[in-house]
Design a protein around this ligand. Structure first.
Ligand code: PA5
Length: 434
């Protein structure tokens, strides 16, 4: 099977071979620090060997729990925010049909909540789940995140009203820290089934722990395939050669471009199924790199849709952008453009062509036009929409993030900046000081 791969020809003139050679020395040092666990944030690098070290009995537990979920509910609701939701959401959106919840064949229907504080969103969810058999997976490493906790409190009350306290207990699964936090305490008190988030894996690096794996498996996706892809890339992204290790190559080029004033990276895709990969990627890079007054601002665009909006800014705005295209090489479907006798719309020149071919040409044209407009760009080619390739992609981005942050001189594994709004919000809400 083909691996995902990175193409950098449209960085010519922006990141020279000799610059890459220079940065590869720094990469070598960071590589060693990651290996001997002496880098900043070294107590949060458990994700590095996660794909190859996940115990088989945990996978079996996840699979059998997922099977029970699939059998015993019509609606599966996942509560979490940030790293406790984006990985699963990205994976499900990438691998499932675009309108999965509309399809009779898709069961259970999968919904996410606890990632916002909107009453309208929650009411809309209640309107969808009423009279349906519901199972909830509440996910929070700290166990104290306000958005998730407050929405869980409301849903817990709903579940207990519908199923009784005992019935609700069997329909709630908690994924949280092994011992700390309010969610662990609550789960123990109520007797919920629980899964553990390893101590040394932070939220945004946790998609390959039960945080991501349980919802993904419950959605009917093969988690062994996902882990296999990740495990392959655990090996590949451990190589020191920039030519053989796509994560180090990507990190090296990002670093050079950033030093030259490219302070915004746009992740551009041509498939709606990649939308939440973009959201997951934004969180991974944004929360990891953006600190100490440094970092590349991660933005995501969905083309060709956004070529009719953000395309203007990328082509013609301030030249502080570089771009990374996320390309699916082979779609699951083939849809051909029909030939019309009257050809009133003038599209007969496309007749017989696959829509994907038109999409591919749109990508080639965009990459070339943006390069001409002084937006250097990379492309990450994903052979197919499979769990295996997504596993590769998840690991590839995680390793790039770690390398990029460490090259920048920041601790990529903490997020001190997110505390500022929380402190002010708690004050405004009158949270008792403990
Ligand atoms: O990457 C991170 O650590 C964060 O984005 C967290 O995942 C997010 O804040 C949710 O935290 P928790 O799982 O503790 O509720």
């Amino acid at each position: 099977m083909k691996d995902i791969k990175i193409i950098s020809k449209n960085c010519k003139g922006f990141a020279a071979d000799k610059e890459l050679k220079a940065v590869s020395k720094a990469i070598k040092l960071v590589h060693k620090e990651l290996k001997d666990k002496s880098c900043p944030g070294n107590d949060y690098i458990g994700w590095v060997n996660l794909p190859s070290s996940i115990p088989n009995n945990l996978i079996e537990d996840l699979e059998s729990t997922a099977k029970k979920i699939r059998k015993n509910c019509d609606v599966f609701v996942i509560l979490g925010i940030g790293g406790s939701y984006l990985g699963a959401k990205a994976c499900i959106e990438f691998l499932k049909p675009s309108f999965a919840n509309e399809l009779k064949s898709e069961s259970p229907k999968v919904y996410f909540a606890g990632h916002n504080l909107s009453s309208d969103y929650l009411q809309d969810l209640f309107n969808v789940i009423k009279k349906k058999k519901v199972i909830i997976n509440v996910i929070s490493k700290s166990g104290t995140t306000t958005e998730t906790a407050v929405v869980f409190r409301i849903l817990k009350q709903y579940m207990e009203k519908i199923y009784g306290k005992n019935g609700a207990k069997d329909r709630i699964i908690a994924t949280t820290d092994a011992s700390a936090g309010a969610l662990r305490k609550l789960a123990q008190t109520e007797g919920y089934k629980t899964f553990i988030i390893p101590d040394d894996v932070g939220g945004r690096f946790s998609v390959l722990t039960p945080v991501g794996l349980l919802p993904i498996a419950a959605a009917g996706i093969n988690i062994r395939e996902l882990l296999k892809g990740a495990s392959d890339f655990e090996k590949k992204c451990d190589l020191l050669s920039l030519d053989k290790n796509p994560a180090y190559k990507y990190a090296g080029i990002r670093h050079i471009l950033n030093k030259k004033g490219k302070v915004i990276e746009v992740l551009s895709s041509f498939h709606p199924s990649l939308r939440y990969i973009g959201e997951w990627w934004k969180q991974l890079f944004g929360e990891s790199e953006g600190k100490d007054g440094k970092g590349i601002f991660p933005a995501a665009c969905e083309f060709t849709t956004d070529l009719h909006s953000m395309g203007q800014m990328i082509q013609d705005g301030e030249r502080n952008i570089f771009e990374t295209f996320l390309i699916i090489e082979k779609s699951q479907s083939t849809i051909k453009v029909p030939r019309f006798k009257d050809n009133i719309d003038g599209l007969n020149y496309l007749a017989g062509k696959d829509l994907d071919y038109v999409n591919l040409k749109a990508y080639e044209a965009t990459a070339s036009a943006h390069y001409d407009g002084k937006v250097p760009n990379l492309s990450i080619l994903i052979p197919k929409r499979t769990a295996f390739h997504l596993g590769q992609l998840f690991y590839f981005f995680e390793k790039t993030t770690a390398m990029s942050g460490l090259l920048l001189g920041v601790n990529p594994f903490n997020q001190p900046g997110v505390e500022a709004y929380k402190k002010k919000m708690f004050k405004l809400l009158g949270k008792p000081v403990t």
